[in-house]
Design a protein around this ligand. Structure first.
Ligand code: 0GY
Length: 306
């Protein structure tokens, strides 16, 4: 099937620069996606955007170029609850990718087991209104309770303004809960202002809550411009991400978000994004926890045994 990309949608950045920051051995890109290819894995009828193709081969070439060891492939909303493209990517990764799926209440135990065998370790609940239609919370809670039996976790994606309304639901989830992109703070507000303080309280009071300190390119108002000729893009996001990393060093993850869905103004150079890490995790110890220890504990715990 041929798909026409949503107008204004930028393609992912071809020929990313080589990062100056050298990733530690075993580093995991813990938030990235595959799109199709549409001809092989059609996009979902209920999608809110139609992306360009971004295949598993292209994702794994980027992994090697940037210096990552492994990936966590997160189901993108353009594929709805049809997880075939993501699962296919896991099955062709040689054990170097795990996944996060989107499922409906109707998913069977046989389907969950097959996804587990392929490397799926979580489900994603999306509350960003421009991306998905509403799903009743009792359905999501039922799914969370079922996937707990497989040792999976829930990944939640929401906008900062919606956290107060979603608080009771999030805190009722019975699994580890991983927040996408720090709950999308407004970085023109103060790090210690009420909005981000609520997010920090959410993490502080709930030890099952983790955060991806990802997507500076989505959150930044300053943008990618460098200062003093340095590779220091997205500087206005640094205080937020660094605060989370330094406060909760054992509950943070990092990922590229390649191929960067829904960007219309600029498409980030993934090499520059990797250089952002050194600003938010300034010591070798923090970098190892963020990039190696934490994602390994969540996605490859068997590597830590024995
Ligand atoms: C992200 C961010 C976005 C999109 C999706 O699944 C998706 O479509 O997650 C977004 O548009 O903010 O994490 O990739």
């Amino acid at each position: 099937m041929q798909f026409e990309k949503t107008p204004g949608w930028l393609d992912w950045y071809a020929g990313p620069s080589k990062p100056q920051f050298v990733l530690p051995k075993g580093a995991v890109d813990a938030h990235c996606h595959v799109f199709g290819p549409g001809a092989e894995f059609p996009f979902a009828p209920e999608r809110k955007y139609t992306p360009c193709d971004a295949s598993k081969h292209q994702l794994y070439a980027l992994r090697d170029h940037l210096g990552f060891d492994k990936n966590v492939v997160v189901q993108a909303t353009c594929h709805g609850a049809d997880n075939r493209a993501m699962v296919d990517a896991l099955l062709h990764s040689g054990g170097k990718a795990r996944g996060v799926a989107t499922v409906k209440r109707s998913v069977t135990d046989v389907e969950l087991q097959a996804m587990h065998d392929a490397g799926v370790r979580g489900v994603r609940f999306n509350f960003v209104k421009r991306l998905v239609d509403f799903t009743p919370k009792d359905e999501l809670l039922e799914i969370a309770t079922r996937i707990k039996a497989w040792g999976w976790h829930a990944v939640i994606y929401f906008e900062a303004v919606d956290l107060p309304e979603l608080w009771d639901f999030f805190t009722a989830l019975p699994t580890t809960v991983v927040v996408d992109h720090m709950g999308r703070p407004n970085v023109d507000q103060a790090v210690d202002g009420p909005e981000f303080a609520l997010f920090m309280k959410f993490m502080r009071e709930h030890e099952n809550v983790w955060s991806k300190v990802t997507c500076p390119e989505r959150l930044s108002l300053a943008g990618p411009a460098a200062l003093n000729g340095q590779r220091n893009a997205y500087r206005d996001v640094v205080p937020f991400a660094r605060h989370v990393v330094e406060t909760f060093p054992d509950r943070v993850l990092w990922g590229t978000d390649w191929p960067h869905p829904n960007l219309k103004d600029h498409m980030p150079d993934d090499g520059l994004l990797v250089d952002f890490i050194a600003h938010i995790a300034p010591t070798a110890d923090l970098q190892k926890r963020l990039l190696v220890d934490n994602p390994t504990r969540l996605y490859w715990p068997e590597l830590l045994k024995g």
